[in-house]
Design a protein around this ligand. Structure first.
Ligand code: AMP
Length: 541
């Protein structure tokens, strides 16, 4: 067992024993699972990227060779290693190699910059960082700030660091990780200022993959287009790239979501299913009437990660010539899926049913009393693939989880008569811009670093394409700075671009609630109705 378990909150022993007895947890570790998939599908294509094709046998061998190389270079069981790679075959090989070496990948987003990488290094205590060639500068900065970060591996031009291609060694026997131990860390979509690390175990993720493959009827004949960043839970394991490999299918990796590139790949590779965020669906539907590409191989498009407007949901299946299903879920675990066999009304107006018969959910009011069936309320969940606590976060865990281990999702849902759930809104302070989650508290913290900013509140404003964009309401000390100056400051600070406010409104004062807190509801209403919340307004983008 690696040392990280002490910094997480495992399931209580009796609960874990129950999940094992019921067959949810089968003692599988993910690296050994890959060996099994490879044995069953040796010469079939596992991964496609541009003109490159990797068979199951090659992927398995590659992951063994990298694991041996990582171990030889001093990556030890229990070590955390940041992985920041786009949708390329190396992501999959490195992921399994680190697991086989007993290390724990920590998945950064390709859009993350110095600020986020610094936070992830500090929060995880990472000793290694695997990065693509364009990001070498980030690795250099992180290495200076975090002496614990001893190993940097680069895919492509390594700029003085270790090229990943030089890491491979002849495979050596390595101790098998404990399946009940943490496999890797996903990032929370976060209500906290900075993302928390979500520890997912081999047992729980293997179950999520198996069950997702079954619900989504994925088979060895399927070809999955991995469009969303592969380190998102939806794209990684719902059923995603790993679920497709579990079923013996083929994963086609693509680094951009444009309809032109993706439609070409659907035609060329005879793609059968994919998972998209609503923003990408909208872009694809804008293009589909004009494409000459043959999309007839597509059987299912699974949409999730952000609210899908019903109007868009109704158009999706007919426009793409396939079945729309939906998924709602979170890095922390709990998942809803609608099934291809559900009627159209269920698939377009709800996000589906819980993945597991062992999922326990409560829908509660503000005092955490169960609401009447059919009423909307806060969703609380626990089960065999939903974490019981974040990594090294006892204070936050006390707020995010109930005393009896339910995760407070922060989402507002309603149970429909058919037994499906409809996601009605969010009680938590998170903005979902396209597929990206933004914590207002985080962005407010950065903006307050500007000497001319006295107070700031970042709120969501509705947007046709992205669902939500961000608006920062600012009160200034003296003359307000130009909005573009604030954005430049955030950029210079190394903050991911998707967090830069889309709009800045300078106001004389922020509205307050009777309790003296900033009235975010009033600000959201002001921005949604287009009324000006203050005297001086400055817009941009
Ligand atoms: P993440 O952990 O980054 O995947 O974010 C999880 C959060 O995204 C959930 O708690 C929801 O707030 C939101 N979310 C995910 N899927 C959906 C969906 N289908 N509809 C509405 N919100 C969603």
């Amino acid at each position: 067992m690696s040392g990280v378990r002490a910094d997480c909150t495992p399931w209580p022993e009796d609960v874990a024993a129950g999940y094992r007895r019921a067959g949810y947890w089968r003692g599988d570790d993910l690296g050994t699972l890959l060996s099994g998939w490879a044995a069953a599908n040796r010469d079939r294509t596992a991964l496609v990227h541009r003109d490159r094709r990797v068979t199951y046998a090659e992927l398995d061998e590659w992951a063994h060779r990298l694991a041996a190389g990582f171990a030889e270079r001093g990556i030890r069981p229990g070590d955390r290693v940041l992985v920041q790679l786009p949708n390329i075959p190396e992501f999959v090989a490195v992921h399994f190699a680190l697991l086989r070496a007993g290390a724990h990948p920590v998945f950064a987003l390709p859009a993350h910059r110095a600020t986020e990488i610094g936070h992830l290094c500090a929060a995880s205590g990472a000793v290694g960082y695997v990065v693509a060639e364009g990001q070498v500068e980030l690795a250099a900065r992180a290495g200076e700030a975090f002496p614990a970060l001893r190993h940097v591996f680069v895919v492509g031009e390594a700029g003085g660091f270790t090229p990943l291609a030089e890491v491979e060694r002849d495979p050596v026997p390595l101790p098998r990780p404990d399946p009940s131990d943490v496999a890797f860390f996903l990032l929370s979509g976060g209500t906290t200022a900075l993302p928390k690390l979500v520890p997912r175990t081999h047992d729980d993720y293997a179950y999520q993959l198996r069950a997702s493959v079954e619900v989504c009827s994925v088979t060895a004949d399927d070809v999955y287009l991995a469009v969303l960043p592969i380190e998102f839970n939806l794209s990684l394991g719902c059923p995603g790239a790993l679920g497709t490999l579990h079923a013996g299918g083929t994963v086609v990796l693509v680094e951009e979501a444009t309809a032109g590139t993706c439609f070409e790949l659907v035609e060329r590779e005879r793609v059968t299913f994919t998972a998209l965020a609503p923003t990408i669906v909208r872009l694809w539907l804008d293009e589909v009437a004009w494409t000459s590409r043959d999309l007839s191989s597509l059987r299912t498009v699974l949409v999730g990660g952000a609210p899908l407007p019903v109007e868009l949901a109704r158009r999706t299946g007919p426009a793409l010539g396939c079945v729309l299903t939906q998924s709602f879920g979170m890095a922390e675990g709990f998942l809803l899926y609608s099934a291809a066999s559900d009627d159209e009304e269920t698939r377009t107006t709800t996000q589906g049913r819980p993945l597991s018969p062992a999922d326990e959910l409560r829908i509660v009011d503000d005092e955490e009393r169960d609401v009447a069936p059919g009423e909307a309320g806060h969703l609380l969940v626990r089960g065999p693939y939903t974490i019981r606590g974040y990594f090294r976060s006892p204070e936050h865990n006390a707020k995010a989880f109930t005393a009896d281990g339910f995760y407070r999702t922060g989402d507002i849902v309603r149970l429909t008569p058919s037994g499906s759930l409809a996601v009605e809104g969010r009680a938590k302070d998170v903005i979902i811009r396209g597929g990206d989650k933004i914590s207002p508290a985080e962005v407010e913290g950065y903006l307050l670093e500007h000497p001319a900013v006295r107070q700031v509140a970042v709120v969501a404003m509705p947007d046709d394409l992205l669902g939500e964009r961000t608006c920062a309401f600012v009160t200034a000390v003296g003359d307000p700075p130009a909005a573009v100056e604030l954005k430049r400051m955030l950029h210079a600070r190394g903050v991911a671009d998707f967090k830069l406010p889309d709009r800045v409104e300078f106001v004389d004062a922020l509205p307050l609630t009777p309790l003296g807190k900033v009235d975010r509801g009033a600000l959201r209403a002001a921005i949604a109705t287009g009324s000006r919340a203050g005297d001086r307004a400055e817009r941009n983008r």
